[in-house]
Design a protein around this ligand. Structure first.
Ligand code: GMT
Length: 380
């Protein structure tokens, strides 16, 4: 099938999921066309099965805000016509589902019918989407999508709670490709990051408020009071500077490494002993799943879809949002005994395997087929 994928190309879960899905679909023989404003960060390899079409939004003095949705709709119309695209899959409702629906309408005027799948990822529903500024448009574009999927059962429920959804939402969880982790990393050099006796704690995110970055620092502060430890902070975002200042205030700057954005997530996770994800809200927690497939147990909050991934007392622990004392206690419980740590590591890995792409890809393909058949049958 010829499929256009719309996503955010930057570091962030929805863009990563869209990109990895596109690559996996191309490996299955589909022709994939990414349409977005920059080449997605994990899309290193373009081929005759993977194309990238950049959306340009020229500056114009009259516009206070540049109309990205309009440019995206136009680009979609042109790309769909030129490459005879058969299906459109948009990731993150705002503004992609809205722009996708406009493209659909424009094409219908010309007798071209294209099914649109919208995948809801998280804050497009829970934070930004339900805000009165956007709610009507998000509600409209969800209902106008041919098929809606959400990345967790919790996100599906939240969508039904916050919006007047008139259609079925299919839950298709996020995934990892376990074949990439079959072999041990031969160059997993933990000594580049920490001394031999130090435990390595990791956090990866886009450092937004929702990630509760100060909680990461405070939990680590508690851990390092009990044992030698290093904290590796991966990512960039508005909360990073405050985090650096907090480390300085707590006197632990020499034990915390801020790496910035990295394409080498697996290299970092391969020598990590524990992953921290104390988010205020998290529809799924892809970073936790990536940690788990690298045999890293997770200390997280029990919010949103995280409990569907991180199993309390088995792959890590869940605590109430903001309960730094409980997270610290649980982290120490895992880290202070090598046998306990080894057990949690194995549990994390085996649980992550359930989210293998080989289990998840057929769910997307089934949805594509259903949408395609329905659209095609309705148009004749
Ligand atoms: O919704 C967001 O905050 C952005 C989005 C992203 O692009 O990073 O993250 C969401 O989608 C990810 C992929 O499906 C999920 O793993 C994250 O849990 C989710 N983030 C939140 O719900 C905060």
């Amino acid at each position: 099938m010829k499929i256009a994928i719309v996503c955010y190309p930057t570091f962030g879960g929805s863009g990563v999921v869209a990109t990895e899905l596109g690559i996996a679909l191309a490996n299955r023989g589909h022709e994939i066309h990414f349409v977005t404003y920059k080449q997605p960060v994990r899309l290193e390899l373009l081929s005759n099965k993977i194309h990238f079409h950049e959306v340009h939004v020229p500056e114009y003095a009259l516009f206070h805000y540049q109309p990205y949705e309009l440019a995206l709709s136009s680009k979609l119309v042109d790309t769909i016509k030129l490459y005879e695209i058969e299906l459109l899959h948009v990731h993150y409702a705002i503004p992609h589902a809205y722009a996708g629906y406009m493209a659909k309408q424009i094409l219908e005027e010309e007798g071209i019918y294209i099914p649109m799948i919208t995948t809801l990822h998280g804050t497009d529903i829970t934070l930004v989407g339900k805000h009165p500024f956007y709610k009507a448009a998000v509600n409209f574009s969800i209902n106008k999508s041919d098929i809606v999927t959400s990345v967790s059962a919790n996100l599906k429920q939240k969508t039904l709670d916050f919006f007047e959804v008139k259609k079925e939402i299919e839950v298709i969880p996020n995934f990892i490709d376990s074949t990439k982790y079959n072999t041990e990393f031969t160059d997993c050099q933990r000594t580049v990051m920490a001394d031999e006796e130090e435990k390595i704690i990791t956090h990866i995110s886009n450092f937004r408020q929702v990630k509760h970055i100060p909680d990461v620092i405070r939990v680590f502060n508690g851990i390092q009071q009990k044992m030698p430890a290093k904290l590796i902070m991966v990512g960039e975002g508005p909360e990073k500077e405050g985090a650096e200042l907090l480390c300085e205030k707590l006197g632990i700057s020499n034990k915390v490494v801020f790496l910035g954005n990295s394409n080498e997530i697996d290299r970092i996770l391969c020598f990590s002993d524990l992953f921290l994800l104390p988010s205020k809200s998290e529809s799924f927690g892809l970073a936790a799943l990536e940690a788990m497939i690298n045999r890293v147990p997770v200390i997280s909050s029990n919010t949103g879809g995280i409990p569907e991934v991180n199993i309390d007392g088995y792959t890590g622990f869940l605590s109430n949002v903001g309960d730094i004392a409980d997270m610290t206690k649980n982290a120490i419980l895992i880290l202070q005994d090598d046998e306990v740590l080894a057990e949690f590591k194995e549990n994390a890995y085996h649980t992550a395997l359930k989210f293998d792409i080989k289990n998840v890809l057929p769910l997307y393909e089934a949805v594509y087929e259903k949408a395609y058949n329905t659209t095609y049958n309705n148009s004749i």
